[in-house]
Design a protein around this ligand. Sequence first.
Ligand SMILES: CC(C)(COP(=O)(O)OP(=O)(O)OC[C@H]1O[C@@H](n2cnc3c(N)ncnc32)[C@H](O)[C@@H]1OP(=O)(O)O)[C@@H](O)C(=O)NCCC(=O)NCCS
Length: 148
Amino acid sequence: MQIVPPDAKTLSAWAQMRLSLWPREAFDELRREAEDYLSSGKLDGRAHGVFLAIDLGAPIGMIEVGLAGSPEERRAHIEAWFVEPSARRRGVGTMLMAEAERWARGRGCRTLSSDTTPEYPESPAAHAALGFRARPGEGVAVLFDKPL
Ligand SMILES: CC(C)(COP(=O)(O)OP(=O)(O)OC[C@H]1O[C@@H](n2cnc3c(N)ncnc32)[C@H](O)[C@@H]1OP(=O)(O)O)[C@@H](O)C(=O)NCCC(=O)NCCS
């Protein structure tokens, strides 16, 4: 298992995983954002770290982490976290999160935040297992944070 940044070869697989996570979004747009990231290092105009889990040459998971809030907050936010269903509960999500934490620490962040909704039923237990504290967000959203 390798955890690596995306490149031109893995771009389509990354975009496909983004679509699996956000099925109501348009694939072309998700792919275009991913393609722009390869040259800019930015998603949605902000610096991000993106990492893919590769098993036997095939991408099976991804995480996107971006600088968030005001610079004084020194916070990074998990914008996307996905592991292919057939590869879950084997520690892949944990490895991806560890890489996102390294990226955030390397940029001086003190806090890692994340969030979820009931559309992602595995998410609360997975965040809790990795040391995130949960608190209610707006509506049905749940917010998570952990110190780095
Ligand atoms: C959340 C997700 C990325 C976790 O990936 P994963 O590779 O299965 O995670 P890990 O194997 O590293 O699991 C780490 C721990 O989290 C907890 N956990 C993960 N999935 C769980 C589940 N379905 N039920 C209960 N606990 C779970 C367990 O404690 C697990 O450790 P264990 O397997 O030794 O018991 C994956 O379930 C996923 O892609 N879900 C759909 C998208 C999603 O919900 N993304 C979250 C952001 S909204």
